[in-house]
Ligand binder design. Structure first.
Ligand code: BGC
Length: 429
């Protein structure tokens, strides 16, 4: 699991090569999807509805862009697409797109003022082929979502149809963007040097501003869909995880980096260590043998400097996993595995950012800000420190030119910025 600097440098070069292939539309794991948008000026203003659909939790925001890089969230609503008590599940393959978008439309209606007309920006955090700013065809679901009738379909149209069907006439969808793009728009709204944005959360992906884009003379944000990158050294645990996932062979990097999968990787390693008699010996592992039983929240708990005491972790294994005899060594080994999985994730992500920097600024002469959003970066103990350390090691004496910047609500605020830019932007009209 430990990736030396030399491997990271190789990964960066391979990532850059794949970006070039993707831009040239040669077969590659990187889709390099144009967003039909460039950077905002920071002076955009107005009140917009932002729909942020990135996983099983959907958010709707009323955002006021104040100009001068500032914004205000006027109101917000957050709701799950899946009831934890099993009441409903709009993410299941047994559910049709119409049901899903009717549900979302009703939620939009409950947030907006009936007398006002709004433009809506939609952050849809799955790989989409945009044909214009408000036309995005879902290539495939990721993050284990499977609602029927949407793959290959225009997400923009699905929302427009649902709003019409619900007789909601005062909300006008005008932009669909990826969450990385939203984060870049929000980062660039505040900081002019921001030209890369990344999500390190349940999913993983990065976008950047392509100055010489092959589609038009103007700079264009490109959604790399970097989670699908596959030229990385994989361990047998990665293969095991992949084989039992919804879509084997896909999203190789995402399965090594994102929060959706880190807990499962730890679980698979523990099971293998147990088979070798190195951890949790003389215990009944029935509970721990169940897929998905460990999550990134557990990793966070295990590594948290604030709360963790060996006793608390021991209690978790006893109560949740029904283990009976746990030694301090078992817990220390568990923490070590959590650390290895966390650090590999941060180091891999850093290597891909270096690949992007080498593409946009080969001699690294300019300042770059990488906007970051997502719970791994924000909340997982020491994750951001590992990421920054690795970037610094790779950048050597150029380290001062690259800055990481946490952009909260990037995907929501970015949707509002995209909606505000929709009129001005002529791409795809
Ligand atoms: C999706 C990306 C998204 C990322 C972060 C991935 O699973 O393919 O489109 O940007 O998750 O949410």
């Amino acid at each position: 699991m430990e990736l030396p600097l030399s491997s990271l440098k190789e990964i960066a070069v391979k990532f850059k090569e794949e970006m070039h292939r993707g831009l040239a539309k040669e077969g590659t794991s990187l889709k390099m999807l144009p967003a039909f948008l460039s950077k905002p000026t920071g002076d955009e203003t107005g009140v917009f509805v932002a729909l942020d659909f990135g996983g099983t939790n959907v958010r709707i925001l009323l955002v006021e862009l104040l100009g001068n890089g500032k914004h205000k969230i006027i109101d917000r609503l957050s709701f799950p697409l899946k009831d934890i008590d099993g009441g409903y599940d709009y993410t299941a393959s047994t559910v049709q797109k119409e049901e899903l978008f009717a549900y979302i439309s009703r939620k939009i209606q409950s947030l907006v003022n009936k007398e006002t007309t709004y433009r809506l920006g939609h952050t849809f955090s799955f790989p989409c082929e945009n044909k214009g700013l408000n036309q995005a065809f879902l290539i495939k679901w990721t993050k284990e979502i499977g609602t029927s009738g949407l793959e290959g379909q225009d997400i923009g149209l699905a929302l427009i149809d649902a709003l019409k069907e619900q007789n909601i006439r005062n909300v006008i969808p005008c932009a669909i963007i990826n969450d990385t793009v939203g984060t870049l728009l929000t980062g660039a709204y505040q900081e002019k040097d921001c030209d890369i944005a990344t999500i390190l959360g349940t999913g993983h992906n990065t976008c950047y501003v392509e100055r010489n884009n092959p589609w038009s003379q103007l700079p264009m944000i490109i959604n790399i869909e970097s989670g699908n990158f596959d030229r990385v050294p994989r361990t047998r645990y990665d293969h095991l995880l992949d084989e039992s996932s919804e879509r084997p062979g896909e999203q190789v990097l995402e399965k090594m980096v994102s929060g959706k999968y880190l807990g499962e990787l730890v679980r698979l390693i523990l099971i293998e260590l147990n088979k070798k008699g190195e951890v949790f010996s003389n215990n009944d592992l029935t509970e721990l043998l169940k897929t998905g039983m460990l999550t990134t929240t557990d990793i966070s708990f295990a590594l948290s400097t604030k709360q963790h005491r060996l006793l608390d972790i021991e209690k978790m294994f006893i109560e949740r996993f029904k283990l009976e005899s746990i030694s301090d060594n078992d817990i220390l080994l568990y923490q070590l595995v959590c650390r290895l999985v966390r650090d590999r994730s941060a180091r891999l992500a850093a290597a891909t950012y270096i690949g992007i920097l080498q593409h946009i600024d080969p001699l690294l002469k300019e300042h770059h800000v990488i906007a970051v959003d997502g719970t791994l970066y924000e909340k997982l103990d020491c994750y951001s420190a590992r990421l920054i350390d690795t970037l610094n090691e790779l950048l050597e004496e150029k380290r001062n030119l690259v800055k990481l910047c946490l952009v909260k609500d990037g995907s929501g605020v970015g949707a509002a910025i995209a909606a505000s830019m929709a009129e001005l932007f002529s791409y795809g009209k």
